[in-house]
Structures are given as structure tokens and as C-alpha cells.
Design a protein around this ligand. Structure first.
Ligand code: ZN
Ligand code: ZN
Length: 272
């Protein structure tokens, strides 16, 4: 039996002799199948092709755990260290022994979680490498689980993953799209680990939220209001997204740019 990984989204699938016919994640309207067609790979094949895990410190207590060269959707995983164990957020779609050892040297993994189905990568392989650490999946997104496993724990609304690390359900991009509020982040000012529950603008001075980022499907105003309302009680200075970071003033930036978003989708801006 082989653990098949979709070459486009780098999400692991159930162990089977033959690869699945389709990747449900990539054939959904929020993602895409490349013009060259659906292709599957495996961890061993990726390792033979030269993929490897790198671990780089972003700030005290936070490391990026990434696949090099870029693989699949290309997100960076984040390892948050706490006194009570570590969270691996948005696990890479690949893992190797050197990467496992580097993460072990930082205290290992107590909990695995992802913001939404696109960024679940090789969650179960990472969990199994660290004593079958629990893997949190939003109950609202359970139909997107590609590799069922006893380590999976369903959650909704708010879940304290570890003391000081609370996962909040915002919805929008996916019904279960979430962000983690890291109290100690940004030197104690608070940080959000956003996945693409909110996307970070190329200007690094704005955020946005889309049903599909790659096919440009927007969200309705009510979904944006829910993101604003859910973030309102949280203190945060910084946002670590799946691909970029807003270093400072992140809460003001979130409020300002999501209000602008609502203006644009509710016909309240003049023609230019
Ligand atoms: Zn896929
Ligand atoms: Zn996504």
C-alpha cells in the first residue's frame, strides 16, 4: 500500500495500491487541475527528486518548516513552541528524517492543525512521526478529509490547542476556515496564524479573503463581516500567513482593509 500525494496540492491520500482517480481538493472550484492533468507522487519519489525540509526561525518560539524547493500549494508550515508542547500548523506535504530531527530538537510536535483543507499537507505522516499527535480538523470541513486516521479530532467554534494557542473558526474560504491566536506572539503583543483564512496583499499593508484565491471567486459581505467580528476581541500585532507576514499594525490593517472589501462588494464605491 502506498500513501499517494497529489502533485498539485501536495495533500496525502489514503494508503491504496493504486492512486485515486481524481483529487477532490484540486477538482473543487476553489483549486485547479493543471493543464497537463492529474498527477500523483509519493514521499519516496519526492525525496529522490531532491525535496527536503528546512527549518528557519521567524521570531523566538516560532519556526517556518518548509519544503524546498516549493511543493504543491507552497505554504510554509509553522512550528510554535510552548512550555506545554509544540503546535505544527499547516504541515508541509513532505517530510524527511533530517526535518523530523530538526523539529525534534526544537521540542517535537504535540498537536497538528491546519487552517483549512488546502493546507493539510502530510498531516497524518507528521502526526505519526511524533507519537500520533492529535490532528485537529474543523467538523464543518470533515467531508474534505483525504486520509482518515484515528489521530484526527473534530472541533468547532473555538479550540484551545495548547495553553496560549487558541484556534478560532472564521469560515469564508471554507466553512471551517480558522486562524490560531498566539498570545505570546510578536514579543507578547499577540499574533494570528492565518493560513489563507485571510490572504495577505502583495503590499503587505492589506488583507483580503476569497472563496477561491486562484480562480478569483469573492466572498459575500456577510462572510467578511464574520471575519471582522471574530477577530475583533483578539489582540494581535502581527499576522503570519501561509506565504507572507504582516509585521506590525496587523489588527488595524485587518479592520481597514476588510471594511474596504465590504464597500467594494456592496456597491458603495463610486465608478472610477
Ligand atoms: Zn490535489
Ligand atoms: Zn485555500
Amino acid at each position: 500500500m502506498t500513501i499517494w500525494t497529489c502533485a498539485t496540492c501536495a495533500i496525502e491520500h489514503t494508503d491504496t495500491t493504486d492512486p485515486p482517480q481524481v483529487c477532490e481538493i484540486c477538482s473543487d472550484e476553489r483549486q485547479y487541475v493543471p493543464a497537463t492533468g492529474q498527477r500523483w507522487t509519493t514521499r519516496d519519489e519526492l525525496e529522490a527528486e531532491g525535496f527536503r525540509i528546512t527549518v528557519v526561525e521567524l521570531e523566538p518560539g516560532l519556526h517556518a518548516v518548509e519544503t524546498m524547493p516549493e511543493l504543491g500549494i507552497g505554504q510554509r508550515g509553522l512550528l510554535v513552541q510552548t512550555e506545554h508542547g509544540n503546535l505544527l500548523w499547516e504541515p508541509p506535504g513532505f517530510l524527511d528524517n533530517a526535518g523530523i530531527e530538526a523539529v525534534r530538537a526544537l521540542g517535537g510536535v504535540a498537536v497538528v492543525a491546519a487552517s483549512h483543507p488546502h493546507l493539510t499537507g502530510s498531516s497524518i505522516q507528521w502526526s505519526h512521526a511524533f507519537g500520533r499527535a492529535p490532528v485537529y480538523v474543523a467538523a464543518a470541513d470533515r467531508q474534505w478529509i483525504r486520509r482518515p486516521d484515528p489521530a484526527i479530532r473534530l472541533w468547532e467554534d473555538v479550540e484551545e490547542l495548547l495553553p496560549g494557542l487558541a484556534m478560532h473558526q472564521f469560515g469564508g474560504h471554507f466553512a471551517g476556515s480558522s486562524m490560531v491566536h498566539w498570545l505570546a506572539g510578536a514579543q507578547g503583543h499577540g499574533a494570528l496564524l492565518a493560513g489563507d483564512t485571510v490572504g495577505i496583499g502583495r503590499d503587505r499593508k492589506s488583507v483580503n479573503a476569497m472563496r477561491s484565491y486562484v480562480n478569483n471567486i469573492p466572498l459575500p459581505a456577510r462572510a467578511i463581516r464574520r471575519i471582522l467580528d471574530t477577530s475583533a476581541p483578539l489582540a494581535f500585532e502581527r499576522i503570519y500567513g501561509a506565504f507572507a507576514t504582516i509585521d506590525g499594525g496587523a489588527k488595524d490593517i485587518t479592520e481597514r482593509s476588510l471594511r474596504r472589501y465590504i464597500d467594494w462588494v456592496t456597491d458603495t464605491v463610486p465608478d472610477e
